[in-house]
Write a protein that binds this ligand. Sequence first.
Ligand SMILES: NC(=O)c1ccc[n+]([C@@H]2O[C@H](COP(=O)([O-])OP(=O)(O)OC[C@H]3O[C@@H](n4cnc5c(N)ncnc54)[C@H](OP(=O)(O)O)[C@@H]3O)[C@@H](O)[C@H]2O)c1
Length: 364
Amino acid sequence: MRRICILGSTGSIGTQTLHVIRQHPDKFKVVGLAAHSNSELLKQQAAEFGVGQTSLFVSEGIAGLNRIATLEEADTVVVSVAGVIGLLPTFNAIQAGKNIALASKEVLVAAGELVMPLIQKYGVTMTPIDSEHSAMFQCLQGYRSDQVLELILTASGGPFKGRTRAEIGEVSTEMALKHPTWSMGGKITIDSATLMNKALEIIEAKWLFGVPLDNINVVIHPQSVVHSLVKFTDGSVLGQMGWPSMRIPILYALSYPERLTNDVERWSPELTPNLTFETVDHDTFPAIKMARQVELHGGTMPASFNAANEEAVALFLQGKSRFWKIYDAVQHVIQSHQPLPVSLETIQTADSEARSLVQTYLLK
Ligand SMILES: NC(=O)c1ccc[n+]([C@@H]2O[C@H](COP(=O)([O-])OP(=O)(O)OC[C@H]3O[C@@H](n4cnc5c(N)ncnc54)[C@H](OP(=O)(O)O)[C@@H]3O)[C@@H](O)[C@H]2O)c1
C-alpha cells in the first residue's frame, strides 16, 4: 500500500491523480492534501478519501505545503502545484525520505542541479508524471544512458501551430487557452501555446535522464498520440503511444514498476492511421532556442528564465499583457540576469528578481 500526499490536489493533475487512486483502494491510500484556495473542493476530497491532514496556501502559506510534504505517515508525494512554488516542499519531502511523483516541471527547471543529487543522497525515487517524460521513462526501462543517442519530445504545436509571428502577436487569452488536444490548467495551457512548455520540458528531461541538451530534440506531432521517442545507438527508435490522457502517466508514476488497470479508453493504430510529424517553427516560437541559451549559462539562469515565464504568463492570464510580450519579457530578464552558482538562496533571489523585472517591464 502506497501512502500518498498530493500537493495541488484540486488542480487538473491533482483531481486526475485522485481519479486513478479511487480505482485502486487496495494499492493507494491518500494521507495528505494541499491546495491554494479552493477550500470547498479540498474539503470534499478530504471527506471522500478520509484524509485528516490538509492545507490551504491562503491560510497557512508555504509552511502548510511543507507540512503536508513531510507527513510522517506518507511515503510518496505527488508534486502537482502550478509552478516553482513546489520547490521547497519537494526539497523537504526528499530530505524526509519520501518518493516523489513529479508533475511540476518548474521544480527541475529551476533547481535540477540541486534536486537530482538529493534524490541520490536520500535513496528515494523521482517518477515523472509529465506525459512526454513518462513516455521516455517507459522506453528507457532496461537500458543504460550510454545506449541512448537522442531523446525526441513530441509537441502538439498548440492552438497557434502554422500561424506567423504577426498573426500570433495579438491573440486573446481565450484563444490561447483553447488547446487542441489536452485539457490542462491555465499556466501550462499558455506554455503549450508559446511552446515554453517544450522549453521547460527539454530541461526537465536533461535532469531526469542525464542526457545532454544537445541530444534532446522536439518534433511537432499534432495528434498527441506518440507521447515521446527514444533513439538508441543502434538506430532503433522506441516510442510510447496512447490517447492524450494524463491518467496513464499519473498511474505509472504511482505504480512503477507495476502496471495497473485503468479506465482510459484503449488506443489502437487503426484508430489514428494518419500520425504526422513536423519540424518546429523556431522563428515564430523562439522558446526552445531560449531554453538552450539559458542552459548554456547554467547556474541560476534557468531559475530566472522559469520565474520570468511564470510571471509573464500570470499577467497574460490576468489580461494585463499581450501574448507576444511573454517572449519579450523572458528575453529581457535573461539578458539582464547575471547567473550565480545554485543554492536554494540564490535560486530564490533569482526568482524574485525575475518576477519584479517582468512586472516593471510589462506594466510600465
Ligand atoms: N494538466 C496537465 O495535463 C499537466 C500535464 C503535465 C504536467 N503538468 C504540470 O503539473 C503542474 C500542475 O498543473 P495543472 O494543470 O494541474 O495546474 P492547475 O489545474 O492550475 O492546478 C494547480 C494546482 O496547484 C494548486 N496550487 C497553486 N498554487 C499553490 C500554492 N501556492 N500552494 C498550494 N497549492 C497551490 C492549485 O490549488 P487551487 O485549486 O486552490 O488554486 C491547484 O490544486 C504544472 O507544473 C504543470 O506544468 C500538468
